[in-house]
Ligand binder design. Structure first.
Ligand code: ATP
Ligand code: MG
Length: 211
């Protein structure tokens, strides 16, 4: 049995066409059923639904043989023990620094002021500001980052942006691009050895579906 870990929402929705291209149809709609293990048309392939940030953990510890996770999640998580073979080019967005429209980020950086930055991505943010030599106090949040500058909790945020409409709706402006993000196929290293043939075949099917 090959187990593929996906998270509900955009990762699931955007992986489905790639699976279909690879000849794999998920038998049930996760939005309609409450099941966390979804069979497919292939008796040897099943999908498990986990939190987006739990995908690397499942794959790393063998709860799943493969998984699909955003590069943001993979880089925040230490991805030791994960084989990361493929950019699926789905769930594309960018990691950016955004600030309140009235906050002069460039001036604050120029003056070497300490900036308070709220983010879910503390590892990536710490790295980014260290590389630029910007002094920051990081505030860890788990969601609704946009609220932080509006309430005075922080001067800026580091968050994922795709169209920018959420930022605009909250009077925030993107002031720095940190990195481009897309979802990656990750593979458990033991599965790659012990289930070599079927796992290789699935990776290659994903490769063909992407290109
Ligand atoms: P949860 O919403 O359950 O707290 P999450 O925010 O990590 O978890 P999703 O919103 O489904 O889960 O995001 C999953 C992945 O999709 C992210 O890790 C990221 O790689 C990508 N992603 C997030 N936001 C966007 C976006 N606005 N546009 C495109 N891709 C995105
Ligand atoms: Mg989300």
């Amino acid at each position: 049995m090959i187990t593929l870990a996906l998270s509900k929402g955009r990762i699931y929705d955007e992986t489905l066409p790639l699976l279909r291209e690879a000849g794999i149809e998920v038998a049930e709609d996760p939005e309609k059923s409450r099941k966390l293990i979804l069979p497919t048309n292939r008796p040897d392939v099943r999908v498990v639904l986990v939190r987006a940030s739990d995908v690397p953990t499942y794959v790393q510890h063998g709860g799943a043989d493969l998984g699909v996770a955003g590069l943001d999640v993979l880089l925040e998580h230490s991805d030791a023990g994960l084989y990361r073979p493929l950019d699926l080019k789905i769930a594309r967005c960018r990691l950016s620094v955004a600030a309140r429209a009235g906050f002069d980020y460039a001036a604050a950086v120029r003056q070497g002021s300490r900036i308070r930055v709220a983010t879910k991505y503390t590892t990536l943010a710490r790295q980014h500001f260290a590389d630029k030599g910007v002094h920051v106090d990081l505030i860890k949040l788990y969601g609704s980052m946009e609220l932080a500058p509006l309430t005075g909790l922080a001067d800026a945020i580091v968050d994922l942006v795709s169209t920018g409409s959420t930022l605009r709706a909250n009077q925030l402006v993107e002031v720095e691009h940190v990195m481009d993000i897309s979802a990656r196929l990750v593979v458990n290293q033991a599965s790659l050895k012990l289930k070599r043939e079927p796992v290789r075949a699935l990776i290659e099917a994903f490769e063909r579906a992407v290109s």
